[in-house]
Design a protein around this ligand. Sequence first.
Ligand code: URP
Ligand code: ZN
Ligand code: ZN
Length: 455
Amino acid sequence: MSLLLIKNGLIVDTEWTRHSDILVDGAKIVRIAPHIDESKLPLGSNVIHADGLCVLPGIIDAHTHYHLVSRGTVTADSFEEGSKLAAYGGVTTVVDFADDNKSSLLDSLSARRKEMSPMAIDYALHQGVYSYREGIEDELAELKAAGCGTLKIFTTYRDVGYLVEKREELKAIFSAAHELGLMVTIHCEDDKLIEEIGRSWKGGYAPIDHASLRPSEVEAAAIRYVGGIAEEIGMSIYVVHLSSKAGLEAVRELRARGVTVNVETTPHYLFLDKSRLEGPDGPLYVMTPPLRTKEDNEALQEALLEGEIQVVATDHCSFTREQKLSSDDCRTIYPGIPGTEELLPLINTFAHTSGKLSLSQVVNLLSTSPAKLFGLYPEKGVLREGSDADIVLFHPEWSWTLSADTLHSAAGYTAYEGFPVTGKVVMTYLRGRLIMGDGIYLGIKGDGKFIRVKR
Ligand code: URP
Ligand code: ZN
Ligand code: ZN
């Protein structure tokens, strides 16, 4: 493959920001220097002038559900569509999920890997563990050997068979994961409390009622529960999609007791509140956990600025308007919204308007930190000689408006319709190959690689 030279961009990664040239040979960054002479490159080398643009490491969306088959349907964005919208958003790697078939974690992982082979961007996997069974320790060891470094645990969804009910069984899974150096990520909502609330509920089941049926105390209770188990074992945990101030308080309590709790939140819990659930379009905004209050948004924003949140990912789980609006009962509305493509512009805009977060810190939240936590670093998450040439050319000042008309999810809507944003992805390179340039998608089906994590 010929060489690629990106000249005069402002390189922004978590460690430093400076004007430099980047030389790429094949899939890897081979040199970063203030001036690399293009006249010395072999004929046929590609030179990109990035004056006025920021050069970022590829964004990592650490929480996606592309082509999720669930509740008798499938999500709107296939692996090809997910790859495409990701490329438009500067996302070069996603961490998606493999369901547990409850007999072999290795087979579960392999099946999802096979399904994901049409991906045009890179991907890693979190492996769901939905039951404790004899020999699970061996299954986990096999999983690790196969390149998966993270487990996904649910403290809810008993109805669909995701919940490990007994504390001692959950503790055994946590312990085995800890022994093997696997990260445990958890969807935190306390199932028993949800059932109790549901039993005494006198209201209806409109989209807005979803917020009352799964309130923030339910999240806080589950965080305390799994945090208590982690504390007994002496291990760290990762809380996915933190949605509430009450949940944040629970995280703070655990941290004060010395428990390492890594926290992920999403743009929807930062910028959208439950008033969206009112009215005829309410179903479009149903996801689990539900949207909360403005006060919750502000508490999470403050926590982001204070460094209490380690990762912003999206929980991209898209359904078409038709799928979403096919029910107005919050118990049956398909839960989830699209988000990967909106991630970088939304967080960059927040950084800009708050004036308290640098682009470098944005890069950390959306790339370096997930790469480190999920064992993808330094192949991913950093612009460094030897790293994968996953490179985003980003115009940091470009003002535009988020709209389904200009975004690429097959959902056909965005939860952020009409949001003014600052910052636009101009070019996205995956391992040295241009996959999106000037609004044109150039990704290749099947070109995405499964990234085996290093732990
Ligand atoms: O409603 C959501 N978030 N759907 C995706 C699955 C999950 O719980 O993360
Ligand atoms: Zn979840
Ligand atoms: Zn999810």
